[in-house]
Write a protein that binds this ligand. Structure first.
Ligand code: ADP
Ligand code: ADP
Ligand code: MG
Length: 669
């Protein structure tokens, strides 16, 4: 077995690989970019080598530098993780040439499966069923149009070199074909440097079912059953499970054997996944093969009790497959949910920023020791940057059956608390509890079709949540030297009764409250509603900024946690996360708005336009500059009338979060 390996990746998958290597007594070398100097994956490995700037092209995709790092540290093999160089045949070949073992298939197998078109041609020969379509060399638009017409609509155009759900166009009618083709080719050349496309029948209500295979260097190959990855947004997986609901033994064997035939047709070695698209009647077709470890591999590990990374390492070291097909069995049911920094309400747009607060359910990491597992590469205090994939963690649960696993998943999601970037946690909770998911009525259109239940209208903030936010405000302002919990230190020292108006807002608008201080309790009023708040007990945490409260609101016990980041109050109550912004009348009356940091970068990004010049006088609200972060544009406006004293960045500059963007003096409103 290897003594030392290099992990050419970052984030959770680098941590995941390091965990198994560590358990097997193999030393690990991390590589890192400027953005990852203090990243979790660097801490998880025994050594780390710096390889370049934050942009992946300058670091995690630098083949020569990664190979040099392996040679310099004496690593014998390289694990590529997923993404980045994992399906890059040039990288696999470069490893071989440098005398390093690439922990993955031979470069020839990566090549054979690298083009979706060429792979389909090969699969046709191996008699693996294919979606009806055209995947040949002829790229003449008229010819492709005729092919589409004869396949019959709707058809799907796919970039042959595509991946990650990109480079696809659904074409509903013949009239739309030409325009869709042009736009698909444009995206394909931009994203993958290759505009070759294929056309295939666009299946209605299909399921994405994939088979995990493993082959050793002697040509033996087994399948570790299926994963159902039908729940998707933008053709990208959101959650995955194993086994696939409704799968029969007979079909499982047929799909497993087809996957093994696909792998053997290209001389496959190591871990691979054959993705199939299946009709509701169970008929299935080859879609593509991913020649690497898959993001969702943990669900297979949970049901088979196999550590797939351990198998990868053993096979790369020349060992035979650890188990025969007949020794592999399915136990129970596993579900994975991908926790992303993204905003489901805004079309699942990625979000970035520092994780100010992170609380996770009780779980084991990277192992199958517990029914709840979390694979993460982000810790509290770390940031989701615009440079890499915005995945925060994978939450994986196991149960005796699907219902048990689902229950655990809902429970675990309700305990997952993050303050920082927007996340999809609340969305995942709704998804898990939705009828179609609960009843396993799965297909790739599930999210689209159930917009109404998955995106319910805005709910008014419950009184308990408002009480918790007020309790936190009160707690922070309280005179801690006094034993009297109601004693105030500024502005609101009360005699008998004092009424304090309070303004909070949520995304729907302002919430006007009044907090009446009485001798041993408070009264919270909103509109004509009045609630007595008493028996407030606060528990602070030493290591973070959370305060837990128990209080009684009109005889009802309320428990919750409030994390405060400046004026933002994050209330965690009854498994839900509410964000309220407090509007402090004092801060707004006295201090200049500039102090609020309005001229600083709200997130790391790039300056794309400067709209003012040095020494220019501007009016309040005038646009000053535009930055771009995560494919979105953000305009920075003048906080008041004033003068631009200096421009601190030029167009094209990358700016970190919180960086001052311009020097500005207010000249009064
Ligand atoms: P990628 O390389 O981006 O993963 P795939 O070919 O694996 O591309 O397809 C991604 C997703 O697109 C599938 O999981 C499925 O949801 C959808 N899809 C692909 N082919 C078809 C098809 N012929 N009909 C319907 N949906 C499809
Ligand atoms: P799978 O088909 O295995 O489910 P996906 O296509 O959903 O995988 O996701 C793989 C993608 O993850 C890559 O294409 C890349 O965009 C992204 N990625 C690559 N490396 C990392 C990483 N270290 N951490 C998180 N995401 C990554
Ligand atoms: Mg795919």
């Amino acid at each position: 077995m290897f003594k030392k390996i290099l992990i050419a990746n970052r984030g959770e998958i680098a941590c995941r690989v390091a965990a198994t290597a560590h358990r097997m007594g193999i030393r690990t070398v991390a590589v890192y970019s400027d953005a990852d100097t203090d990243a979790a994956h660097v801490a998880a490995c025994d050594e780390a080598v710096y390889i370049g700037a934050a942009e992946a092209k300058q670091s995690y995709l630098q083949i020569a530098r990664i190979i040099e790092a392996a040679q310099a540290t004496g690593a014998e093999a390289i694990h590529p993780g997923y993404g980045f160089l994992s399906e890059n045949e040039e990288f696999a070949a470069a490893c071989e040439q440098a005398g390093l073992i690439f922990i993955g298939p031979p470069a020839t197998a990566i090549h054979a499966m690298g083009s979706k078109s060429a792979a389909k041609a090969l699969m046709e020969k191996a008699q693996v069923p294919l979606v009806p379509g055209y995947h040949g060399e002829n790229q003449d638009p008229d010819f492709l149009h005729k092919q589409a017409d004869s396949i019959t609509y709707p058809v799907l155009l796919k970039a042959s070199a595509g991946g990650g759900g990109k480079g696809m166009r659904i074409v509903q009618t013949s009239a739309e074909f030409k325009e869709a083709l042009a736009s698909c080719k444009r995206e394909a050349i931009n994203s993958f440097g290759d505009d070759k496309v294929l056309v295939e029948k666009y299946l209605q209500r299909p399921r994405h079912i994939e088979i995990q295979i493993f082959a050793d260097k002697t040509g033996e190959c087994v399948y570790l059953f299926e994963r159902d990855c039908s729940v998707q947004r933008r053709h990208q997986k959101v959650c995955e499970e194993a086994p696939a609901p409704g799968m029969t033994e007979e079909r499982r064997r047929a799909m497993g054997e087809a996957a093994v035939a696909a792998a053997q047709a290209v001389g496959y070695v190591g871990a691979g996944t054959v993705e199939f698209i299946a009709n509701q009647d169970g008929s299935f077709y080859f879609m593509e093969m991913n020649t690497r470890l898959q993001v969702e591999h943990p669900v297979t590990e949970m049901i088979t009790d196999v550590d797939l990374v351990e198998w990868q390492l053993k096979i790369a070291a020349g060992h035979p497959l650890p188990k025969k097909q007949s020794e592999l069995i399915i136990k129970g049911h596993a579900i994975e949910a991908r926790i992303y920094a993204e905003n489901p309400e805004k079309g699942f747009l990625p979000s970035i920023g520092t994780l100010h607060y992170l609380h996770t359910p009780q779980a084991a990491s990277f192992t199958r020791d517990q029914a709840v597992r979390i694979d993460a590469g982000i810790r509290a205090g770390d940031a989701i940057s615009p440079y890499y994939d915005p995945m925060i963690a994978k939450l994986i649960v196991w149960g005796e059956d699907r219902a048990a696993a689902l229950k655990k998943m809902s429970q675990a999601l309700s305990e997952y608390e993050i303050v920082g970037p927007a996340t999809n946690i609340a969305f995942l909770s709704r998804l898990m509890q939705s009828k179609p998911f609960a009843t396993a009525d799965l297909d790739t259109g599930l999210i689209e079709r159930h917009q109404d239940t998955l995106f319910p209208p805005h709910q008014p903030v419950p009184f308990a949540v408002l009480a918790l936010a007020c309790a936190r405000l009160h707690h922070d302002e309280r005179d801690h030297s006094s034993d009297d919990p109601w004693a105030q230190h500024h502005g609101w020292r009360m005699n008998l009764q004092t009424t304090r108006p309070l303004q909070f807002s949520d995304e729907a608008g302002m919430i006007e409250l009044a907090w009446i201080y009485a001798s041993d309790h408070g009264i919270l009023s909103s509109g004509d509603k009045r609630i007595k708040i008493s028996d407030v007990h606060a528990k602070t945490h030493e290591h973070d900024d959370a305060v837990e409260f128990d209080l009684v609101a009109d005889n009802i016990k309320v428990h919750g946690k409030v994390v405060r980041v400046a004026e933002n109050f994050h209330v965690f109550h009854a498994g839900q996360h509410w964000q309220l912004t407090w509007h402090d009348p004092i801060a707004h009356a006295g201090e200049a708005e500039l102090e609020g940091g309005r001229l600083t970068a709200p997130m790391p990004g790039k300056i794309i336009a400067l709209l003012v010049k040095k020494d220019e006088l501007v009016q309040q609200g005038a646009p000053l500059l535009i930055m771009e972060a995560m494919k979105m544009e953000h305009t920075i406006h003048a906080p008041s009338n004033g003068k631009v004293e200096d421009l601190l960045y030029a167009v094209g500059d990358q700016v970190p979060e919180g960086a001052q963007l311009l020097a500005f003096t207010a000249t009064g409103v």
